[in-house]
Design a protein around this ligand. Structure first.
Ligand SMILES: [Zn+2]
Length: 260
């Protein structure tokens, strides 16, 4: 009795693709129930390919996939949502690239995260018609961080657990959130965060997108929010990358979990 079906069906968002062999493409997609997958799309770079248009980056598409020895192979693809508006504008498109890269780097292969899939579909739609893409990105970053286990702590100091007062506090990527002035002063790498910026972060973190989309932020607040979150994201990614590198070193050395 076969233990696995030879073909399976899933919808997916295409995160990125790269050329593979003569006419094939290697795709990284994100799915609702299997997380991230790497798939082979054969012959899609031939001008006659009917699948190609259904497998562009940042499209939501329905896939029929055959299990392969190394890589699973896309045998059919049909677009569900093309997110046309983000393709007609380079500025919007570059934000879709950014979102796809974050989802790619914060997710694991074959690890289900259905809320993250929903957020990904939602944010691609928001990018199509957002009037403040920076605000849309900050909302996405905060909610993605919550869904992948890195929700920054914004109400209580992560070092002393004191409730944060309405004053200028600090933010520390290392500590995982906003620090009270007393803890923040002595913390290496902590930076001051204005009360205004902290309030916006809290609001974005705890509200639905529809409630946040109308916020009007000053340019200085925008810059501060971007700096705080970029710093936090880079800090986590570097830590994650180091752990991946370490695993690779173990693998190259022929060590597996049974040896450790
Ligand atoms: Zn503290």
């Amino acid at each position: 009795m076969p233990d696995r079906e030879r073909v399976y069906r899933t919808e997916a968002v295409v995160l990125r693709h790269s050329d593979f062999g003569e006419a094939d493409r290697l795709l990284t997609v994100y799915t609702p129930y299997m997380g991230k997958l790497r798939l082979l799309a054969k012959g899609v770079r031939k001008p006659t390919s009917r699948k190609a248009g259904h497998l562009e980056s940042f499209t939501r598409t329905q896939l029929l996939i055959a299990r392969g020895r190394n890589l699973d192979i896309i045998t059919q693809a049909e677009i569900i949502e093309p997110y046309v508006a983000l393709r007609q504008d380079l500025w919007r498109l570059s934000h879709a690239y950014y979102v796809a890269e974050l989802v790619d780097r914060f997710s694991e292969e074959q690890s289900e995260n259905h809320p993250l899939y929903r957020l990904l579909c939602d944010v691609l739609g928001w990018i199509c018609d957002s009037s403040d893409l920076a605000l849309t990105m900050r909302f996405f970053e905060l909610h993605m961080l919550s869904l992948v286990g890195y929700r920054p702590q914004l109400f209580d100091c992560p070092r002393c657990n004191a409730r944060l007062e309405p004053v200028t506090n600090f933010f520390s990527a290392e500590a995982g959130g906003a620090l009270c002035p007393r803890c923040g002063e002595g913390e290496r790498g902590a930076r001051a965060i204005s009360l205004g910026a902290l309030k916006v972060l809290r609001y974005l973190q705890t509200h639905e997108y529809a409630e946040c989309a109308h916020l009007q932020l000053r340019k200085a607040t925008h810059s501060e929010l971007e700096e705080v979150l970029q710093n936090y994201l880079v800090h986590i990614l570097e830590r994650r990358l180091k752990s991946v590198e370490f695993l690779d070193i173990l693998r190259r050395g022929g060590l597996t979990s049974s040896d450790v």
